[in-house]
Design a protein around this ligand. Structure first.
Ligand SMILES: N[C@@H](CCC(=O)N[C@@H](CS)C(=O)NCC(=O)O)C(=O)O
Length: 247
C-alpha cells in the first residue's frame, strides 16, 4: 500500500476532519503542515484551490475534506464510519451537506461580520440552524445513542465536530454560544471530546481565539475568507424551517 500524505494546517477545521478520520481508521500517515499565511509556491501544484486538506496516496490526489473522507471510507472500509442501510446513508449525506452548505457559510459570515446589528441577526440564524439540527437531525435520527446517527461515531459527527471545537471563538468575539436548548448537541459535543482521535488533533479555545483574530476584525483575506464572504448571498435568507414564513 502506498503511504498516505496529508497536507494540513493545525488551525483548519476541514483538515481536522480528515486527521480524525485517518486516526479513527488506525491509518499511518505523514503530515505536511502548510503555513496558510505564507503558502510555499509548490503548494499550488499540490492543491488546485490553494487550500488544505489535500490527501496524496501514490498516484491518487484528493482534495475537499468531505470527498477525502469518502475516499478514505471506501478505500479503508474498516472500521466503518458510514452506516450500512441506504436510508441512514442518505441521512448521513443530508447532514453532511447541511453542515457544509448551510451551517459553515453562516459560521464564517458571523465571524467576519463587523456590523453589530447584522452580527445579532446572524447570531440568531446560527442558533436557528443548530436548533433545526437538534430537532430534525439529531433527536429524530439517533434514538438514544450519543452520536448523530446512533451508537456509532460516523462521518457526520466528524464533519461537524471541528466547528464545535471552535465555538469558543464565537463566544469570545461574537457572544454566541451553542443554545442551551440544544441538549443533545451539547451532550454529543462532550462525548466527542473524549475520543482519542479528537484529543490527538484538537486545540484549546485560547489557541483558536488567537488564530482567528483576522477573521474577527474582518481583515482576513485568504481564499477561504473571500469565498465565505461571497457565499453569504446564497444563505442570506437562512433555512426555511417549519413555522417560518416563506417570502
Ligand atoms: N471546502 C474545503 C474547505 C477547505 C478550506 O477552506 N481550508 C482553508 C483552511 S481552514 C484553507 O486552506 N484556506 C486557504 C486560504 O484561506 O488561503 C474543504 O472542505 O476541504
Amino acid at each position: 500500500m502506498s503511504s498516505i500524505e496529508l497536507y494540513s494546517a493545525e488551525v483548519c477545521p476541514f483538515a481536522q476532519r480528515t486527521r480524525i478520520v485517518l486516526m479513527e481508521k488506525g491509518l499511518e500517515f505523514t503530515v505536511t503542515e502548510i503555513d496558510l499565511a505564507h503558502k510555499p509556491d509548490w503548494f499550488a501544484h499540490v492543491s488546485p484551490y490553494g487550500k488544505v486538506p489535500v490527501l496524496v496516496q501514490g498516484d491518487v490526489r484528493v482534495y475537499e475534506s468531505t470527498i477525502i473522507n469518502e475516499y478514505l471510507e471506501e478505500a479503508f472500509p474498516e472500521p466503518a464510519l458510514m452506516p450500512g442501510s441506504p436510508a441512514l446513508r442518505a441521512a448521513a449525506r443530508m447532514w453532511i451537506d447541511f453542515c457544509n452548505t448551510r451551517f459553515i457559510p453562516l459560521f464564517y459570515k458571523l465571524l467576519l461580520e463587523q456590523d453589530e446589528k447584522v452580527q445579532i441577526e446572524l447570531n440568531e440564524k446560527v442558533a436557528g440552524e443548530l436548533i433545526f439540527a437538534e430537532r430534525e437531525g439529531f433527536a429524530a435520527l439517533t434514538g438514544d445513542g450519543p452520536y448523530w446517527l446512533g451508537e456509532q461515531c460516523s462521518l457526520v459527527d466528524i464533519t461537524w465536530y471541528p466547528f464545535f471545537e471552535r465555538f469558543g471563538v464565537m463566544k469570545h468575539y461574537r457572544g454566541m454560544a451553542i443554545p442551551t436548548e440544544c441538549k443533545r448537541l451539547n451532550e454529543w459535543f462532550a462525548v466527542m471530546q473524549q475520543r482519542e482521535s479528537v484529543k490527538a488533533t484538537g486545540h484549546t479555545t485560547d489557541y483558536y481565539i488567537e488564530r482567528y483574530t483576522k477573521y474577527a476584525d474582518g481583515s482576513a483575506d485568504g481564499v477561504t475568507a473571500r469565498e465565505m464572504r461571497d457565499a453569504l448571498a446564497s444563505v442570506q435568507h437562512g433555512s426555511v424551517h417549519e413555522g417560518d414564513e416563506v417570502e
